[in-house]
Design a protein around this ligand. Structure first.
Ligand code: UT7
Length: 332
């Protein structure tokens, strides 16, 4: 069959990732809040995370991840047509961080916008971009998940400050006729659970004021244990839907690139599916939970280590604030 008879699919042709230099270890956190390395490692799998410098913002990490991704793809920033940044920690309320990235890259032709779906942001972005590429709206797109969660972490709250970290991951996608590429993406939301993870203030509901700052209302609040239980259920559910949509069995999956919120969540989901942990790309130990950046960072690390080979079936799954969750399947 000539290639033109095959469906157009969005193919990832470049990946990149970046993280700040500063490492914050569990031992460092022991000096800041009432916690222990033992508790953090056994409850989350995290040993250390990266923390942005005071002068470093989300767009800086996003650009540092985008450059190697574009280089791998062989695409000049001037030729980029669309930039989508998934982030819950934008440089500022507006303009969009994607516009800041566009300017820094010199991607003068690119349309640029942000997506806010917290830890599921990369999969939401992939869903939108996949639709735009397969229908011929754009000829290439740069999808970035980037966060500086340390800027909104309360380092007196042990429920949150031990879990999150900073980083960015980027993917460059182009439409190509064939059977490789994004096979499907499935994303969901349940706004009734929005209070489980949120930054209450700084928007139009609770504008920034001296009072909101005094209440520490600009920091992440999370009801971790409740979130945990819903996450496991929803992630399993959406993966099964994704596999069924593609007539794929769990045993057919070659590589799993999950959101890295908690090692126990990842283990619970893959064991429910009957997938071996050997197939799972883990970055949580070194980077913690970098929210929207987790999946594209892990994907880049896996690609550069040769863990993802041509023809592999790559499963991605995430859950986060919103509540939001999603899964995606790629034939690499
Ligand atoms: O990124 C996407 C969205 N987020 C998630 O998916 C996160 C999901 N949640 C989690 O990962 C876990 O719920 C946490 C890691 C946040 C917490 O683990 P847990 O096993 O659910 O612990 P817990 O909240 O039920 O707390 C158990 C105990 C409590 O003490 P008591 O009441 O049993 O005496 C907590 O006060 O652990 C205590 N605790 C800590 N102890 C030491 C909570 N945080 C800490 C800490 N160090 N950092």
């Amino acid at each position: 069959m000539p290639p033109t008879d095959l469906p157009l699919r969005s193919v990832i042709v470049g990946t990149g990732s970046a993280a700040p230099e500063r490492v914050l270890t569990n031992a460092d956190l022991e000096k800041m809040v009432n916690t222990s390395d033992e508790w953090i490692v056994t409850r989350t799998g995290i040993r250390e995370r990266r923390i942005a410098a005071p002068t470093e913002a989300t767009s800086d990490l996003a650009v540092a991840a985008a450059r190697p991704a574009l280089a791998m793809a062989g695409i000049d920033p001037k030729d980029v047509e669309l930039i989508v940044v998934a982030t819950a920690t934008p440089d500022m309320l507006f303009p969009a961080t994607a516009c800041v990235v566009q300017a820094k890259l010199g991607a003068a032709r690119a349309a640029a916008f942000d997506i806010l779906a917290a830890c599921s942001g990369y999969l939401y972005a992939l869903k939108v971009v996949d639709g735009l590429l397969r229908t011929g709206v754009y000829r290439n797109a740069l999808v970035i998940g980037a966060e500086t969660l340390s800027k909104v972490l309360d380092f007196t709250d042990r429920n949150t400050c031990v879990i999150f970290g900073d980083g960015a991951g980027a993917s460059v996608l182009v439409p190509k006729a064939g059977d490789r590429g994004v096979l499907s993406t499935h994303v969901y939301a349940d706004g009734t659970g929005g209070e489980l993870i949120q930054i209450p203030a700084g928007g139009s509901r609770q504008p920034a004021s001296a009072e909101s700052v005094a209440r520490r209302a600009h920091y992440i609040k999370m009801r971790g244990n409740e979130t945990y239980k819903i996450a496991v259920r929803r992630m399993e559910e959406v993966v099964l839907e994704c596999l069924e949509a593609n007539r794929v069995r769990p045993g057919d999956i070659d590589v799993v690139v999950p959101h890295q919120a908690n090692l126990r969540i990842i283990e619970a989901v893959v064991s429910r599916l009957g997938v071996s942990m050997e197939k799972v790309v883990l970055t949580i130990e070194k980077y913690g939970n970098t929210s929207a950046a987790c999946i594209p960072m892990a994907l880049d690390i896996a690609v550069r280590r040769g863990r993802v080979k041509s023809g592999d079936l790559v499963l991605m799954v995430a859950f986060g604030g919103g509540l939001t969750w999603g899964a995606g399947l790629i034939r690499w």
